[in-house]
Design a protein around this ligand. Structure first.
Ligand SMILES: [Zn+2]
Ligand SMILES: [Zn+2]
Length: 115
């Protein structure tokens, strides 16, 4: 059995585990909503780097949903929630750019064009 030598080491082992678990959870959830390799679901967008991808509420009620389910600002807590709830409808995967651009409208202004 491996024993952590110091408190600092114990903490880093814990955060490393948490980081791996979160990365796995993210991949699992995003792959589910993408039906395979995670990618931005905005038509024409070529982003596949998972670090740029986010889980988006299709109809824009994300803030209310997160508040209702005490999910903070989303991210890992939201991914765990959708998994625990059997991957409900109403979510899509978008990259930061497309999600951010959508903020002022209903969809990314470049939807359907190469970007
Ligand atoms: Zn995109
Ligand atoms: Zn887009």
């Amino acid at each position: 059995m491996k024993v952590a030598r110091s408190e600092g080491e114990a903490v880093s082992v814990f955060t490393e585990r948490a980081r791996k678990y979160t990365a796995k959870l993210r991949l699992e959830v995003f792959s589910h909503y993408c039906g395979g390799e995670p990618h931005c679901q905005c038509e024409g967008c070529k982003t596949t780097y998972i670090g740029f991808l986010q889980l988006d509420h299709v109809n824009g009620d994300g803030a209310a949903h997160r508040k209702e389910n005490k999910l903070g600002t989303g991210g890992a807590r939201l991914w765990a929630w959708v998994k625990a709830n059997g991957y409900p409808e109403g979510f899509q995967v978008l990259c930061r750019n497309c999600n951010g651009a959508k903020f002022t409208g209903t969809q990314c202004p470049l939807h359907g064009q190469d970007h």
